[in-house]
Every structure is written in structure tokens, then in C-alpha cells.
Ligand binder design. Structure first.
Ligand SMILES: C[S@@+](CC[C@H](N)C(=O)[O-])C[C@H]1O[C@@H](n2cnc3c(N)ncnc32)[C@H](O)[C@@H]1O
Length: 365
């Protein structure tokens, strides 16, 4: 059967399942399998509302509704430092009656903060239709529907006409652990060029990729070595070059000062000149297992959010750890150069003791 016929057949079933949560949830699952995400979310939401708690229908509806919704949505809103930083920056940038554009609605939290700060109108776009649907409900429940409009669309499909006029304030939180891999640069650049008035506020106005040398016991324990009398070390080359660890990991100890490897200006509209960067760090001495990377968000001139690693620190953003093949013991003062390459939306890091084993003039891979 052609996909178009299958979809038409499923749509024809809609009236037949009304009022029967089990059947509605099953149809929602079929909609999802047929790539009809919006219809799947709509029918599953109603099945969820109508089904008894802890029922089979709810479990199917939950499976449909949660498909493709990252679990971190439930963590980011509990990062109070993040929320407070955004709230402060929005209160400072928003003026009465202004138009705010948000990219990436999620729960609608930042859009409602902008409305509460006094915006005349907040247009917030969300690429995932199930998330947009839930956000509309959140906004209505909190009494902000008159001011906040949720548009279920990718930002690149928005036009100035959708906003009425170029936005006075652009706000987004589409920052990944390494800053770039969620696509923030092309997305924000596109919005700044097309949808924000010249001189409008951009929150965050920039971001930095921060690095330091570090010891991390857990990394060593994840190397292969000898197991049950067998040497498994050739398998080590299959390990991901970057692992993610929590900001407050008690196993992590910094072994150098911290420095910015990349600095991105989100107000510029791109392009961003530095796709290759290097910084030299000075070892504090002790064991070094590799390089730890975290982020700083410059929300405005004064408000900065940073998930600086420290035992017990909390952040919804994880740290990236790039381990060395073997731990090293360096004397205090030993220089180590950390290199970073931006390849599309991927960030690749590596580090070697200075002077670099690669001569300065040799092209780096
Ligand atoms: C990290 S969440 C942020 C949610 C909310 N703004 C907050 O800060 O609590 C990012 C959301 O943006 C959406 N998103 C990412 N890039 C987008 C784009 N270019 N256009 C529309 N939505 C986008 C994702 O689907 C996700 O729901």
C-alpha cells in the first residue's frame, strides 16, 4: 500500500475511535508509525485525558507522546541558576509592549518569563508538534495565552510577517553540552539576520567553550586492560573520544587553570571566523587523564551562566571529557596545548604537551 493511502485510511478511522481511549491510543500509535506526528500527538493527548490513571491506554498514549522528546526537558527546568539567569536577562531586555521571539519553546517557561517581564507579544516557535501542543496547554493554564503565541514550526520556516514586525528581543536556549552540536550557530544567525530588528537584544548574546586539564578516576576504570587473564586493550580504540559526566562529579579534579577555547558572538548573524582554535594550559602538577570541557553563556553584559566543574556543582548541562590513551604525570608548569576544531555542528577536541608534536606550519587534520 502507498504511504498516502495508508495515511488516508488511518485518518478515516478517527471518528470510529472517539470516546474509546484504548482504541484512540492504538490509533495514535499507528499515526506515529505512519509519520503523522501531529495527529499522533493530538489523538494520544485526548486518549491520555480520557483514560483512567495507570491504565493500558495511558501507557500506550505515553509511549506515543514521549517519542522523540528528550528526557532533559525534565531536568533543564529544575536548573534554578539557568532559569534565574534567563529571567534576569529577560527582565533587563524586555520593555513594555515589545515583541519577543523565542526559538525553542519546550515547556514555554522562557516565553512566559518574557511575557511576565512586560512584553507586548511573545512568539515562540517549537519544531516538535507534540511539544508545541503541550506548551500551548501550559501557557493557557498559566493565563498567558493572550500574550504568548506558540507556533509549531522550525525557526527557519518563520517569516517576519508571522511576528508582525522584526523582533525587539530574541531569546533561545538551544545550547548543547559542547555549545554547538544542537545547531545553535546556524539557527541563531539565521534569526538575527532575518527576524530581529537592527540593534535588538539577543539572549544569550554569546557563549564560550571552556577547557581545563583534569584528573578523572572513572575514565581510567573504563579502559579495557587485562580482564580474566586476557588483554582487551585493542578494543580501546573503539571508545568514543568524548564522554559526558555530571558537572558535580566528585571524581573530577581540575589540574590546570580554565581558559576559553572558542567564543561565539550570537549577535553578529555569523559567519563565525574561528573554526579552529588552540589554547595553552599550564599543569598544576599531579595526574592528568585528559581535557574537561564546559560552557559559559553570556546572557547579556552582566548575567553569565557557567557550569564550572566542582564537587557537588549542579547543572542541567553535562561536562565533556576527552580522555588521553594513558594518564600522564606532569610537573607543575608543564604546558599542554588544547586544540579544537569545529566541523559543521561538531566540536572535536584533543590535547598534547607543548611544544605541539605537530609543527606549527603543518596542516592539522
Ligand atoms: C533546550 S529546550 C529549551 C526549552 C525552553 N525554551 C527552556 O529554556 O526551558 C530547546 C527546545 O527547542 C526546540 N528547538 C531546537 N531548535 C529549534 C529550532 N531551530 N526551531 C524550533 N524549535 C527548536 C527543541 O525541540 C526543544 O524543545
Amino acid at each position: 500500500m502507498e504511504m498516502a493511502d495508508l495515511r488516508a485510511g488511518l485518518r478515516a478511522l478517527r471518528p470510529t475511535v472517539e470516546g474509546r481511549p484504548d482504541a484512540m491510543a492504538s490509533l495514535a500509535r499507528l499515526f506515529l508509525a505512519a509519520g503523522l506526528r501531529e495527529e499522533a500527538a493530538e489523538v494520544a493527548s485526548r486518549a491520555w485525558d480520557q483514560a483512567p490513571q495507570e491504565s493500558a491506554a495511558r501507557s500506550v498514549a505515553a509511549m506515543v507522546l514521549s517519542a522523540g522528546v528528550p528526557d532533559w526537558h525534565f531536568a533543564i527546568v529544575h536548573d534554578e541558576a539557568r532559569n534565574e539567569a534567563y529571567d534576569r536577562a529577560l527582565r533587563s531586555a524586555v520593555f513594555p509592549g515589545c515583541t519577543v521571539l523565542e526559538i525553542g519553546t519546550g515547556t514555554g517557561l522562557l516565553a512566559m518569563m518574557a511575557a511576565r517581564a512586560g512584553a507586548g507579544r511573545v512568539i515562540t516557535c517549537e519544531q516538535d508538534p507534540a511539544i508545541a501542543r503541550a506548551a500551548r496547554e501550559v501557557v493557557a493554564r498559566n493565563g498567558w495565552s493572550h500574550c504568548v503565541q506558540v507556533v509549531a514550526r522550525h525557526s527557519s520556516a518563520l517569516q517576519v510577517e508571522d511576528l508582525g514586525a522584526p523582533a525587539d528581543v530574541l531569546v533561545s536556549e538551544i545550547i548543547s553540552n559542547d555549545v554547538v552540536s544542537g545547531g545553535v550557530l546556524p539557527v541563531v544567525d539565521d534569526a538575527v539576520r532575518r527576524l530581529v530588528r537592527p540593534g535588538g537584544s539577543v539572549i544569550p548574546r554569546g557563549s564560550r567553550v571552556r577547557v581545563a586539564l583534569a584528573e578523572h578516576e572513572g575514565v581510567a576504570r573504563r579502559r579495557m586492560g587485562k580482564i580474566a587473564g586476557f588483554d582487551l586493550r585493542p578494543f580501546d580504540r573503539l571508545a568514543a573520544p568524548r564522554r559526558e559526566i555530571a558537572a558535580g562529579s566528585p571524581q573530577l579534579a581540575l589540574r590546570s587553570e580554565a581558559r576559553d577555547l572558542f567564543t561565539f558572538d550570537f549577535t553578529s548573524g555569523g559567519p563565525h571566523p574561528d573554526s579552529r582554535a588552540r589554547v595553552t594550559l599550564s599543569s598544576h602538577g599531579g595526574r592528568i587523564d585528559g581535557v574537561v570541557q564546559w560552557l559559559a553563556l553570556d546572557l547579556d553584559e552582566t548575567v553569565v551562566y557557567e557550569n564550572h566543574p566542582a564537587p557537588g556543582a549542579r547543572s542541567c548541562w553535562a561536562l565533556g571529557f576527552t580522555p588521553w590513551a594513558e594518564p600522564a604525570q606532569f610537573p607543575a608548569g608543564q604546558k599542554v596545548t588544547v586544540h579544537g576544531h569545529l566541523e559543521g555542528q561538531a566540536l572535536r577536541l584533543w590535547a598534547c604537551p607543548s611544544p605541539s608534536v605537530l609543527p606549527e606550519d603543518r596542516p592539522v587534520l
